[in-house]
Design a protein around this ligand. Sequence first.
Ligand code: SF4
Length: 380
Amino acid sequence: MAKKHALLGASSSARWLVCTPSARLEAMFPDEQSPYAAEGTVAHDLAEAILRHKLEGKKAPKLDDYSTEMIEAVNRYVDICEEKVNEARARSSDAEAMIEARLDFSRWVPEGFGTGDMVIVADGILEVIDLKYGKGVPVSAVENTQMRLYALGAYDVNEFLYDIKTVRMTIVQPRLDSVSTDEMSLEELLDWGEDIKPIAQRAWEGEGECTPCDYCNFCKARHTCRALADTCLDTFYKNGGKLNQLLTDREVSDILAMKDLITKWIKGVYDFAYEKALSGEKQWPGYKLVEGTSRRTITDPDAAAKTLLDNGYKEEDIFKPRELEGITNLQKVLGKKGVAEYLEAYIEKPEGKPTLVPESDKRPAINTVETMMNEFEDEV
Ligand code: SF4
């Protein structure tokens, strides 16, 4: 059975706290299930089963169905949880660990609830730990609204049982070797909860201005959101709606700053329009579906190869050379340890191709040949 989602879910809170109408707008679109999300669900199920085995004495899960990479990654998260549970038990004999805890934060957010991967509560410290299986970008626990809402929910259910003073929130992203923790006093958390209450109420009612932000790319309304379209297109149409003849350096930089948003937006609009056209739901004015170019394929490669060999063609002429899988795929089979043990001697990491990034990027700037030549000329 599909999990029921709150309209104002914790995982989308960073979005609806900035763009309050987004939650109601998103509700008009069907759920999107990416392969990454499905993989994350499997990893969470495995993490839950291993933790229940280790902490509650339940039957150990069968690991045959999981990749080495997933088992290794989940075990790194499990180790961190176990360590934190042991610390809490050492501190307080009545410490409790809750796995996949339903957390109700509706005191602050209308009908708000979610699931905390791991909640550890003991006198003094309430701890919420979240597993993020993705390896796209590291997610920080610092000022993370999802973690704060989970912490509010965990506090709500435990406030009369434990004397909580400090709240600790940790995100474990094992495939990026990233563990990030934020800590605040209970008072600070409750103050934050009061601050967001009116914003959550506006989001519940679908009120406020649509406000494009970093989270638009995950919003289900993004393909037809007017505010996002205006933001992307405004980058090109400045000065009273007229294009300049030539862009200034500043305008080129402005466009670069919008590169990710605009490219994802355009691709998203195309994919959305394509799916609707394909399903027959829409006929877009000025557009039609046509048959694309296709490649010829061999339906029975074994029979085709036999025919060619029987007719005197050489193996080396008709077969592709065998090729070793890439490191990412090999790591799925061998795990990180296996790659380090067997392949380290054969792996090199060449210098990356220069990439134009914002100044805020943490990597040091590299000098181009031209700037080095200019510097050299200045020196002589
Ligand atoms: S796409 Fe962006 S601006 Fe539009 S509703 Fe979603 S979050 Fe708000």
